[in-house]
Design a binder for this molecule. Structure first.
Ligand code: HEC
Ligand code: HEC
Length: 455
């Protein structure tokens, strides 16, 4: 009762001031109109009764409009250069990386390329629960690489701190490309020698097989490991250098694959302009309700915020463990691995100055919050990239929202979620909103296909 009285008094005061200001010509009616609407919306408990025909779904306060705009692709800053990759924006490196991304010659049996798992027509994912080649599962689900160049950390656990360093690991993982760095250096320097030298200058001579074995790398395969350890330090350095350059060209290519404009982004522009007619053309009341829940009661923007719908950080959200699998430590192991990685920002193959490696220098290595924590994925085009989560545990968005509704405690570690207990209608509205984020990648069309002249 007291609240109502206060509200009533505030309203009367605002109306009085408004009338006075308009009549003195100090301000236009529009601004005051918006303020009055906010007070009405609040005092009428949602404002639904005031706006016939469902228009209330699209009535947003100034603060809400700001929040909506903060998620818009119009706010995506131009991609900053990667100081650790001097050729990151070099067009010839892009062309070489484009070829390498699709080239299954970077696997010993000629069967696996990056594009085997990061398929352009699936938004650079593979549709599988866990990535799988040669009928063997990898431990994790394939994330998209669209817009990933904006990340500070790569992989679900962030065990890499640049896109070029990331691009090296799958080439030697037994369950992915399954190759070795000497084989890949030899392959690239023979098949792409002029392209390589145009970007990186003169290539080393690897023809002496006694110094540069066909298959040598610090991998589990014993023969390849022994061959690697038998090499001189200088020769290993020469190979690492070429290997890093392979990663840098692939990263130059991947940096070009950015998220496209979705229906939500047009809606955000209409909301910012407070154009109710346009908003109603773009979003159903249910979709607008879903958006309201997304940053309101759902608290999704605590973690999925900014134009890419991620805070770039790591959280444990208490996911169920797939049957028969071991607990995945996530970020608590990823931090240790990235600090030890010879290809990190501070390492000798990086082009960055020490000062530029801010993220790595100030990394938090330990903490309970890192246990079982994984990188917050972006949500653009999320409807097209099922299944979901680092372990692919959820087949569809219904299952994802059910999880957020229950939010069971995590074990081990600590879940950062609170149960939402949304109704069926609320859950459906949230999903309807997520579907408005659909958009194909924004990239030169030729980069979404294997380069001409290859298969
Ligand atoms: C066998 C399937 C497979 C192949 C082949 C593969 N990837 Fe991946 N990719 C994955 C999986 C699975 C992950 C997540 C692994 C993890 O987090 O531990 C991943 C993660 C990534 C990420 C990190 C995304 C993020 O959100 O941080 C990038 C970038 C990437 N891959 C690029 C590449 C490139 C470049 C190649 C080729 C050199 C490649 N991948 C080859 C399956 C694959
Ligand atoms: C405390 C941080 C946090 C909050 C709050 C949060 N999320 Fe997430 N979300 C994550 C993390 C972390 C993952 C990945 C978890 C993993 O794989 O272990 C994720 C994954 C997802 C995925 C799967 C994406 C994919 O590509 O696999 C969807 C969809 C999603 N969240 C939607 C939502 C929605 C909708 C809300 C609000 C109801 C929400 N999230 C709230 C942190 C959060």
């Amino acid at each position: 009762m007291r609240r109502l009285l206060v509200a009533g008094a505030a309203l009367a005061l605002i109306l009085l001031i408004a009338v006075a200001l308009i009549s003195t010509g100090l301000i236009g009616g529009g601004i005051v109109g918006a303020t009055i609407r906010e007070v009405f919306t609040w005092s009428a408990g949602g404002g639904a009764a005031l706006q016939p025909g469902g228009a209330s779904a699209h009535s947003w306060s100034e603060a809400e409009r700001g929040l909506i705009a903060s998620l818009s692709i119009d706010r995506l800053r131009p991609l900053p250069p990667d100081p650790s990759n001097a050729v990151g924006d070099n067009p010839e490196a892009v062309a070489l990386g484009h070829a390498l991304f699709f080239d299954s010659g970077l696997s010993p049996d000629g069967s696996v390329a990056c594009s085997t798992c990061h398929q352009p027509d699936r938004y650079f994912t593979d549709g599988k629960v866990l990535a799988n080649v040669r009928d063997v599962d990898t431990p994790r689900h394939t994330p998209t690489i669209v817009g990933i160049a904006y990340s500070d950390w790569f992989y679900w656990d962030g065990r890499k701190d640049s896109q070029w360093a990331q691009a090296l690991a799958p080439q030697e993982a037994a369950v992915e490309h399954g190759g070795t760095r000497t084989a890949h250096a030899r392959y690239v320097l023979s098949r792409y020698s002029s392209e390589y030298e145009a970007v990186f200058g003169p290539a080393p001579d690897l023809s002496d097989a006694s110094r540069f074995p066909g298959e040598a790398a610090p991998v589990e395969d014993e023969a390849a490991l022994a061959a690697w350890e038998a090499m001189s330090e200088a020769d290993r350095g020469a190979i690492n250098h070429v290997f890093a350059n392979i990663g840098k060209s692939i990263a130059a290519y991947s940096r070009k694959i950015l998220p496209g404009r979705s229906r939500f982004d047009d809606y955000a522009a209409a909301a910012l302009a407070n154009d109710g007619t346009r908003m109603a053309e773009l979003f159903s009341p249910q979709e607008a309700e879903g958006l309201r829940l997304f940053f309101g009661d759902g608290q999704c923007t605590d973690c999925h915020n900014g134009p890419l719908f991620t805070n770039g950080s790591f959280h444990n959200i208490g996911l169920p463990l797939p049957e028969g699998s071991k607990f995945d430590q996530g970020r608590s192991l990823g931090t240790v691995q990235v600090v030890e990685d010879i290809f990190n920002c501070l390492g000798e193959y990086s082009d960055a100055s020490e000062e530029a490696c801010v993220e790595l220098r100030f990394i938090k290595i330990e903490g309970e919050e890192l246990i079982g924590a994984f990188k917050v994925p972006g949500l653009r085009n999320v409807a097209e990239t099922a299944p979901y989560m680092h372990n692919g545990i959820f087949a569809d968005l219904d299952a994802v929202i059910r999880h957020y509704n229950h939010a069971p405690p995590a074990f081990p570690g600590h879940s950062d979620l609170v149960p939402l207990a949304f109704t069926e209608e609320q859950s459906a509205a949230l999903i309807a909103f997520l579907l408005t984020l659909n958009a194909a990648p924004d990239a030169p069309p030729e980069l979404l296909l294997p380069p001409e002249g290859t298969e």
